[in-house]
Design a protein around this ligand. Structure first.
Ligand code: BGC
Length: 767
């Protein structure tokens, strides 16, 4: 217990700060009573009001704090029955200690729900989620979540705050790195895969954990890409484009949901009746646990919805069950109950849902089932590391490869330069809460290891700082020194790198963003390479040797100049623990890159949002020279620099024409859409064959194309495969103005190709 006190941060959260006044809000009615098990009902029957409210309180002793408040007096609160769950601690022994306090020293001995931000791996870190999505391989992604669950449960945990499935089309938003990109079809498949990976088939098993889909809802559409900012969109857009991945997670059986910080229709999500009461609980019939995001209840005061008592009651009435860190529930619900603003039934429903998840996980029977110290060896096993290396390589996207600069030739002389080439601190990427960057492999190390004994000469110079701006660096370095500003002058650093480049056959420039230039609270207005790095590239360019840009980034970046000037560009996101080795595997050609973008890369920040499934305008621009009175910019193109679905390979593929099994289909029927793809290069390679559909005429304007299918295939040199998609009504349906899911007879187009831009098409009709 002494040990536990050591990790409980003691900052007093003054409850008196939240002075309450009577709510005059008219609150929404309670949902119908949920059927809890007899065990949960019996437990509820034994609990005092305070104990029930205590179960709704989620605390953190300070492990991963993303807001200004951390929980105080945690140990005393657990003893008093004022805590239902805890996050930010891990380790079978530490969790056991915390659990012992709850089980042995609180009146009813109800065990704690123990959570953590397990986002892209637990201790063995995989690529950031945006990178993972670029594998276009839901089965592989499911496996990463499975490995994360095995490690996390061996580390004392039973609840992961993942998957994050917010559709994001604004690369200025730092949290675009945490999701699966711009598309709801792919995003939904990945959401389902992750839930299955975490939860498995049996939530009560020792090595599965409860997933928590977040952030419900619409968080990715923040105005201006500024974190936590307003979201405002039509309900048609919500249901067709933004809500499907959350729904997919619910349908896959996710047992918990996290609220989002943003408003929607001027009401913060945490109190948003439409999103929660109407859609999540009633329409989608979600009966599981809803937890707020970090202090999201308290933040409703700043949103202008009233004092803490008012907003806490609003959240509870909105079917929110657990209050993360803010303690609005703990400190005000009793008052609201006494005043009749909320009812005991509201509290019972919330408490019953907290107890139910504990029952599902099996901790009511065995509070220490995730505290098995003998499972330690399952964490960061060689098998997990090897898998992480393979996964990282799958996430990389080859954006350019002029004159086949890549793969690099073993036996050549390579200058490895750039601020990310040997920066262990930055390899894991954002939200690597339990990852130890000291265990990560850098690109330079990966290079030296993979090229060892091949007569390849590798020289290294940092060449530039990630940024030369100390004010900017200080902001980014909030969690540790990711941007190190060298004591040498930028000129000295550049001249060292240029010296190496002169003596090399090829330059590999490892550049981009520091890990925490993306993630939460990491919005950027300028999403290009930092000036310090552009200067280095310019100087290297003058040397005249081929340059390969290896790009670390958590968002689509503006790369117009780089695309014009640099010979090859490999986007490696943040590849995780084994990322450095995986970069070497791909650059030296033992792995042929097969990642494809899941977000469009803008030419210029002024284009944002640019995404493949836009609606047409009444004045579409089709590339005419004189383009007045058309929907276009005078100074930049409309199209993305690298479109959604794009990615090259070391081999090449040729697509035959699209062949449909029939020119029309009946409602309830289907047609087959086939294309033959041939590997026309000299290497075996994998291709992601993509199907897009356009509903040409409908009761509402429909996107110019929407992803509706894909297959990742492998082809040997010279080999052809016929790929077939089945188009049925589900792929043609959409939410209409009455928010009914309908398919409407009329003309459609099926389009197939290697990315959302280079497509062959065939028309068909739905009768
Ligand atoms: C983030 C969540 C995260 C939570 C707990 C919040 O600031 O928005 O994604 O799960 O903190 O760490």
């Amino acid at each position: 217990m002494k040990k536990i006190s050591a990790f409980l941060i003691v900052v007093f959260l003054a409850t008196s700060f939240y002075q309450c006044k009577t709510s005059k809000e008219s609150l929404i009615s309670s949902p119908k009573t949920l059927p809890f098990s007899s065990r949960v009902s019996a437990l509820l029957g034994k609990m005092t009001t305070e104990e029930k409210i205590g179960q709704l309180n989620l605390v953190t002793p300070g492990g991963a704090v993303t807001g200004s408040v951390v929980s105080t007096d945690v140990e005393a609160k657990i003893k008093a029955g004022n805590v239902g769950g805890i996050f930010g601690i891990r380790g079978a022994d530490k969790v056991r200690q915390a659990q012992q306090i709850a089980v042995e020293q609180s009146r009813l001995g109800i065990p704690l729900l123990v959570g953590m931000d397990v986002i892209h791996g637990h201790q063995t870190m995989f690529p950031i989620p945006l990178g993972l999505s670029c594998s276009w391989d839901p089965a592989l992604i499911e496996q990463t979540a499975r490995v994360a669950a095995v490690e996390a449960t061996a580390d004392g945990l039973m609840w992961a705050f993942s998957p994050m499935v917010d559709i994001a089309r604004d690369p200025r938003w730092g949290r675009i790195s945490e999701g699966s990109g711009e598309d709801p079809f792919l995003g939904s498949l990945i959401a389902r895969a992750m839930v299955k990976g975490y939860q498995g088939n049996d939530l009560a098993a020792k090595n599965t954990l409860a997933a928590c889909v977040k952030h419900y809802a619409l968080y990715g559409a923040a105005e201006g890409g500024r974190d936590y900012a307003t979201v405002d969109m039509s309900r048609i857009k919500m249901h067709n484009e933004y809500l499907p991945p959350y729904k997919a997670a619910i349908d896959a059986g996710v047992v918990s949901v996290m609220t989002s910080f943003n408003t929607s229709e001027n009401v913060p999500a945490t109190a948003n009746q439409y999103l929660y009461h109407d859609v999540l609980r009633n329409w989608w019939a979600f009966n599981g646990l809803v937890v707020t995001d970090y202090t999201a209840i308290n933040e409703m005061m700043a949103h202008g919805l009233g004092d803490l008592e008012t907003v806490s009651a609003l959240a509870l009435k909105n079917t929110v069950d657990m209050d993360m860190v803010g303690e609005g529930f703990l400190t005000t619900l009793k008052n609201s109950l006494d005043k009749g603003v909320i009812t005991m039934k509201d509290i019972d429903l919330a408490c019953g849902r907290v107890l139910t998840i504990k029952e599902q996980l099996g901790i009511l029977d065995d509070p220490y089932k995730y505290c098995d110290e003998s499972r330690q060896e399952e964490i960061m096993s060689q098998e997990h590391r090897d898998f992480a290396r393979k996964v990282a390589a799958e996430s990389f996207v080859l954006l350019k490869n002029d004159k086949n600069v890549l793969p690099l030739k073993k036996g050549s002389s390579i200058a490895v330069v750039g601020p990310l080439a040997n920066s262990r601190r930055n390899m894991l990427g954002t939200w690597s809460v339990s990852g130890d960057f000291e265990k990560a492999v850098t690109v330079l190390e990966g290079f030296r290891e993979v090229a060892a004994g091949t007569g390849t000469s590798i020289s290294y110079a940092k060449g530039a700082n990630i940024s030369d701006d100390p004010v900017f660096a200080k902001k980014v370095n909030a969690f540790g020194e990711e941007i190190t500003i060298d004591k040498r002058s930028p000129e000295d650093m550049i001249s060292e790198a240029v010296g190496l480049a002169k003596n090399a056959d090829v330059v590999v420039a490892v550049m981009g963003e520091a890990a925490d230039m993306t993630g939460e609270a990491s919005s950027m207005a300028d999403i290009g390479l930092q000036p310090s790095q552009v200067k280095l590239l310019e100087a290297l360019k003058e040397v005249g040797k081929p340059i390969v840009l290896v790009l670390y980034n958590g968002r689509p970046m503006t790369l117009k100049w780089e695309n014009e000037q640099i010979d090859a560009i490999l986007d490696v996101w943040f590849g995780g623990t084994e990322g450095g080795r995986a970069v070497a595997d791909v650059l030296f050609g033992s792995v042929n890159p097969s990642g494809r973008l899941t977000t469009s890369f803008p030419v210029h920040v002024g284009q944002i949002p640019v995404y493949h499934s836009m609606l047409n305008t009444g004045r579409p621009y089709r590339g005419e020279e004189a383009s007045k009175f058309k929907s276009n910019y005078l100074d930049i193109p409309n199209e993305a620099l690298f479109p959604f679905g794009f990615g090259l390979s070391y081999t090449s593929f040729e697509y035959g024409d699209v062949v449909l099994s029939a020119p029309s289909m009946a409602k309830g029927g289907n047609i087959k859409c086939a294309v033959t793809v041939k590997n026309t290069g000299n290497l075996e390679g994998r291709e992601v064959v993509q199907l897009y559909i356009q509903d040409v005429a409908a009761s509402i304007s429909r996107p110019v194309k929407e992803l509706k299918g894909f297959q990742k295939i492998s082809l040997k040199p010279g080999e052809s495969k016929r790929i077939e998609f089945t188009i049925d009504e589900s792929l043609l349906s959409f939410y209409n103005t009455d928010l009914k899911l309908v398919s409407e007879p009329g003309a459609f187009k099926a389009m197939v190709g290697p990315n959302s831009r280079d497509l062959k098409e065939k028309a068909f009709e739905l009768k």
